[in-house]
Write a protein that binds this ligand. Structure first.
Ligand SMILES: [Zn+2]
Length: 421
């Protein structure tokens, strides 16, 4: 049976790899074909300089060519971790190490998960470093210094120890003492934990990495306050963030629930946009709030979590699941193994989640255009963002259908033009 499980896993692994590698190749070809000035989409005629368009093509191609290697490398790392006996070795080593502590089985679990986490994090470093200090720097986007990069990594490690270890301990403890219904208890705990994190993250964790300040006085702020009042959004939740200390890319997002909800505009975005464009971006983010998009996404995740834990509860008592990857059955082993092998079994869900996310983006665009009685400001904001970020104007439709959480700028502009305002 363990041979069968391994075969199914490998078959799905190859299918996922082939689909994602193939989509990247399709996208590459499409963008190469679109490199001529004549291929600039109609919505961008007269809005993007020929040299900016050429740069956006070069940037997209550089990322897609690098993606070939990082996909191969990432897959190789995962297969080595799963099939080389490494997990079993780490497990034995954790048991030896934990033997000297009280609560040896929990200590072993924590050490095991920490060690696997460290192996995966370290092995992801080369691609991460090349992407940040290679490609992003080449196109003038990277502003992260080596010092900042190291301090970010250190902070992430501290957070992992401070939040991750207690979280893992509770889950392992529930698995240990709650009998067959452990997964229902774990489900309740993880959902509560997630909601707590959504509240804590914007107010306590994100400020550790970035400076958040109320928008500075001026016309943009005045008009935003008026808009927020009209819509019923508490204006204490609108911030500017110093994104420019890491990257020249610009963005805006809406996060949090209840009192912790906030709209965050990158300083790079505020600097590059006119007041009308900035206001349109803000109206779009308020649209996400008004239409409860965060809530809907959270519910979908809760349903997925419920299903995942149920499946894990079945696998945990099934010895061939562990034997297929050369591991001795244990609670911590089940957690790690489950998270490592789940990709090929769930990758087909991602396009559906992206589809839902794209639907939300259209809705927020429409909300912004209708609220402001003006679609052109939103259009201009999208064009501005796309040009400044050198975003791909001509992705292959299958590629964007699979990977994009936002519709392409051209799709969004066309949708806005079809509204009767
Ligand atoms: Zn949005």
């Amino acid at each position: 049976m363990d041979q069968f499980i391994l075969t199914v896993f490998l078959a799905l692994f190859v299918i996922q790899f082939a689909i994602e590698f193939g989509l990247n190749e399709l996208n590459l070809r499409q963008v190469e074909k679109s490199s001529g000035k004549n291929a600039i989409p109609e919505a961008f005629h007269g809005k993007i300089a020929a040299q900016d368009y050429a740069r956006s093509i070069e940037y997209t191609l550089s990322k897609a060519r690098f993606q070939r290697w990082s996909a191969l490398y990432g897959s190789a790392v995962l297969l080595i971790v799963l099939l080389s006996g490494l997990l079993d070795m780490v497990d034995r080593w954790s048991a030896q190490w934990a033997g000297s502590f009280s609560f040896a089985s929990y200590s072993q679990g924590i050490i095991f998960c920490g060690a696997v986490g460290a192996i995966l994090t370290l092995s992801a470093l080369p691609t991460e470093l090349y992407s940040t200090f290679g490609i992003e720097a080449m196109f003038g986007f990277n502003k992260t210094t080596v010092g900042l990069y190291l301090s970010d990594k250190l902070k992430e490690l501290v957070l992992g120890l401070l939040i991750g270890v207690p979280f893992l301990l509770v889950v392992l403890w529930l698995m240990d003492i709650m009998g067959r219904a452990w997964w229902l208890w774990a489900f309740a705990f993880i959902v509560a934990f997630q909601f707590l994190m959504i509240v804590i993250f914007p107010t306590f964790i994100a400020p550790w990495f970035n400076k958040f300040e109320p928008l500075r006085e001026g016309e943009l702020r005045r008009r935003i306050l008026a808009l927020a009042e009209q819509i019923g959004f508490t204006t204490s939740g609108i911030y500017s963030m110093d994104g420019s200390k890491r990257s020249a890319h610009s963005n805006a997002y809406f996060t949090g629930i209840g009192k912790s909800k906030r709209i965050v505009l990158f300083d790079t975005l505020i600097d590059q946009m006119s007041t009308a464009q900035g206001l349109a971006v803000l109206a779009h983010e308020m649209g996400h709030y008004k239409m409860k998009h965060i809530h809907r996404m959270l519910w979908v995740q809760v349903v997925f979590l419920f299903g995942a834990l149920y499946i894990l509860s079945l696998l945990i008592g099934y010895a061939p699941f562990f034997a297929a990857f050369g591991l001795t059955p244990s609670n911590h082993g089940a957690l790690i193994l489950f998270s490592l092998v789940s990709g090929p079994f769930t990758f087909f869900l991602a396009p559906f989640m992206n589809g839902l996310s794209r639907k939300h983006e259209y809705e927020a665009d429409r909300f912004a255009a209708i609220t402001l009685h003006d679609g052109t400001a939103m259009e201009e904001a999208l064009i501005n963002l796309t040009v400044k970020n050198l975003s791909n104007l001509t992705p292959h439709p299958w590629y964007s259908l699979y990977h994009y959480s936002h519709p392409t700028a051209v799709e969004r502009i066309n949708a806005i033009r079809q509204l009767s305002l």
